[in-house]
Design a protein around this ligand. Structure first.
Ligand code: IVH
Length: 670
């Protein structure tokens, strides 16, 4: 076969295979047998082998795995992937609708799009000039893991957009959706794993997340993953006016959209939809945990905007949690990193909505008393979404008289120190308590903290028990011979741990702040502190008023931060960590920066910077890059070929500046 002949045959085969993929994976109505499909694939593979330079990234042969990665890279979401507020009752949903109307100053019906809320893994797909170029997990909402190669193996994700009947292919299109596993496929997968003696997945969501987060994409390719797309990030070169339009457009590009999605004229329609879907829930071959209601008009969405990292224009109206009954066989007490003692009910294992549950937190003694819970009691437990299982109530009618009332111990179960009662919380006051030390090291080394890969709780336990380490900073003085003293460590695995510890030395300020384990300071607060203070030293010196000025930090959190830095022991800990070789890039203290609080939107192409760079500049000067123009936008920076955002800015009277003016404004060029 000559090359020109091969080109045309390859093109023909790809089109055919793509068409059959679409019929099979998206429309669920195949036209040819699997054997016939396999023949087409084999012919294409054969030709691509003969003419390797004709292989293109969107060829259906490229859906197979690639060589394993050492680790995932990261990808920044152009528009953060924020999450939704929840509604649990009809009243909550009605109140949501009322709030929308109040905010928009209208009494008119609001049109909603109602969608099943798929219980899977949120991902983003990027298409440039129609070609799938990148895919990522949600991550922390701003930065996700680069799982492009794995997503390529998901057959219902198009590698190239279908040509729409009318209109252009967008320059850039970011599509968001939920990767999930069908229940039937999940059960088959677990059956195979059981036969092979492999550990089982607890539920389809874990199976999907575990499959997408595989460093070896061949493994992902072997897993039966599917996707429903439900939204977009940046869309360049397309005009959309409603969410419904968006979904229709995505459908026409070849994306899989959930067939149960419906347009609702008003909130009453949406409530009916919720009831209907709840009834259908058990019959579906995939897990859903509620419905999502979204204001249909994109203009209204924009006007509504966001509040505390959730859109005002959408809500997740959850189904009631699944409940089961079981028996409490014991109550154990755990000691957390801040010394808080938490009673945990140990129960006969029971399956709650697909997950086997055998432990549930009882929070504290007051909670046990309030519920009058005794060892031996039959209890109703529930699991709501990601929430740790909880005991809802005791079934008193099942009591036999042999149940044992429970009182928390007055000594710490780990170190034996007398417990101090701090309000409803009982605390072990001994800062050298092994349980607290282990928990604080676990927190310090965790993924969101110093991220020391391969160092598990079992290792930490042994290290503390053998007095190899006595606080988190001691991790940085461990040697290979120390690690070799632990059980089940050989030379190679010990070297790997040391390498992982070494790698963690180069970190970021938010990670370091989070890792310290300051009470009430989670990932988000750590980021706020990093942005505001820029260095650990500046944070150490922060006063109550400096902290409280930060929009999302309240008095309680501010006090926890001050209390942490008031302890000599904690200051020593920080010194030792830094002496252990930990470094971080100095963040910019953005508060009070020249662009403090100003919001920017870019449109068109910039000459001097990439979007990422320009956004970085804004952030470093205290400003906020945003994606869509509203009345609240301070500046629209218009590059070449500026599009609809420029029109919008003119319409709303938002200040428009050129790239050159932007450079002057930011002081990059004087
Ligand atoms: S919309 C700003 N629609 O639920 C709007 N989310 O907190 C963001 N999810 O992890 C999401 N099905 O991945 C939307 N039809 C649907 C969804 C959905 C599932 C997930 C989403 C996110 C969480 C929302």
């Amino acid at each position: 076969m000559t090359k020109p002949e091969a080109i045309s045959q390859i093109e023909f085969l790809r089109e055919e295979i793509n068409r059959h993929n679409y019929l099979y994976y998206i429309l669920d109505s195949p036209e040819i047998s699997d054997a016939k499909y396999d023949r087409l694939m084999r012919e294409l593979e054969g030709l691509e082998k003969l003419f390797p330079d004709l292989i293109s990234p969107d060829s259906p042969t490229q859906r197979v795995g690639a060589p394993p990665l050492e680790e995932f890279g990261t990808l920044k979401h152009t528009i953060p992937m924020i999450s939704l507020q929840n509604a649990f009752t009809e009243e909550d949903a009605i109140e949501f609708d009322a709030k929308v109307k109040r905010f928009l100053h209208t009494a008119d019906d609001i049109e909603y799009v109602a969608e099943p809320k798929i219980d899977g893994l949120a991902i983003e797909l990027v298409f440039e000039k129609g070609l799938f170029t990148a895919g990522s997990t949600r991550g922390d909402g701003e930065i996700g893991e680069n799982v492009t190669q794995n997503l390529r193996t998901v057959k219902s994700i198009p590698l190239r957009l279908l040509k729409p009947k009318s209109g252009p292919i967008p320059e850039r299109l970011e599509v968001r959706g939920e990767v999930y596993m069908r229940l039937s496929d999940f059960n088959k997968l677990n059956k195979r794993r059981m036969e092979a003696g492999e550990p089982l997945f607890a539920n389809p969501r874990n199976a999907s997340a575990g499959s997408i987060r595989q460093l070896d994409s061949n493994i992902t390719a072997s897993r039966p993953l599917d996707i429903f797309c439900y939204g977009v990030g940046i869309v360049e070169g397309l005009k959309l006016s409603t969410h419904w339009d968006t979904l229709e457009t995505l459908k026409s590009f070849g994306f899989k959209i959930n067939p149960l999605i419906r347009r609702c004229r008003n909130i009453d329609d949406a409530l009916r939809y919720h009831r209907e879907i709840e009834e259908k829930r058990e019959a579906l071959d995939y897990e859903i945990d509620g419905v999502v209601l979204k204001v249909n008009s994109l203009r209204l969405q924009e006007e509504l905007g966001e509040i505390s990292r959730s859109p005002r224009w959408a809500i997740a109206y959850k189904f009631p949690p699944r409940q089961e009954t079981t028996r409490v066989v014991n109550i154990e007490v755990g000691v957390g990193r801040t010394g808080a003692l938490t009673p945990v009910a140990i129960m006969e294992p029971v399956n709650v909505g697909g997950v086997t549950v055998s432990r549930a937190t009882l929070h504290n003694q007051d909670e046990i008393n309030r519920k009058d819970l005794r060892i031996g009691d039959t209890v109703v437990i529930q699991r709501a979404g990601d929430v740790i299982p909880e005991v809802v109530m005791v079934v008193k009618s099942k009591r036999t008289g042999h149940e044992q009332p429970y009182v928390m111990p007055d000594k710490c179960p780990s170190c034996g120190a007398y417990v101090v009662k701090d309000g409803i919380v009982w605390r072990c006051p001994n800062v050298t308590c092994p349980a607290q030390v282990k928990e604080s090291i676990r927190h310090f080394t965790s993924k969101s903290g110093m991220d020391i890969e391969g160092l598990g709780y079992k290792h930490i336990e042994q290290m503390v028990d053998r007095e190899l380490i006595e606080d988190p900073s001691a991790i940085y003085s461990l040697s290979i011979s120390d690690i070799l003293k632990l059980e089940r460590f050989a030379d190679k695995s010990a070297r790997n741990i040391i390498a992982a510890i070494d790698k963690s030395r180069e970190t970021t300020l938010p990670r370091l702040i989070y890792a310290l384990g300051i009470r009430d300071v989670g990932e988000h607060t750590a980021k706020l502190l990093s942005n505001t203070f820029g260095t650990i030293d500046a944070l150490k010196k922060a006063k109550y008023d400096d902290l409280i000025k930060i929009r999302e930090i309240g008095p309680e959190v501010a006090k926890s931060i001050l209390a942490f830095f008031a302890e000599e022991r904690n200051l020593d800990l920080i010194d030792k960590i830094l002496k252990g070789g930990v470094t971080y890039k100095i963040g910019k203290a953005t508060k009070g920066g020249p662009l403090d609080g100003k919001s920017f939107v870019f449109t068109g192409t910039l000459k001097r910077f990439s979007r990422d760079e320009a956004e970085g500049v804004i952030e470093s000067l205290g400003g906020r890059p945003t994606s869509s123009v509203s009345k609240k936008t301070d500046y629209v920076v218009a590059g070449e070929d500026a599009g609809s955002k420029l029109d919008k800015a003119k319409e709303l009277g938002v200040k428009i500046i050129t790239e050159k003016e932007f450079v002057t404004l930011t002081g990059l060029e004087i």
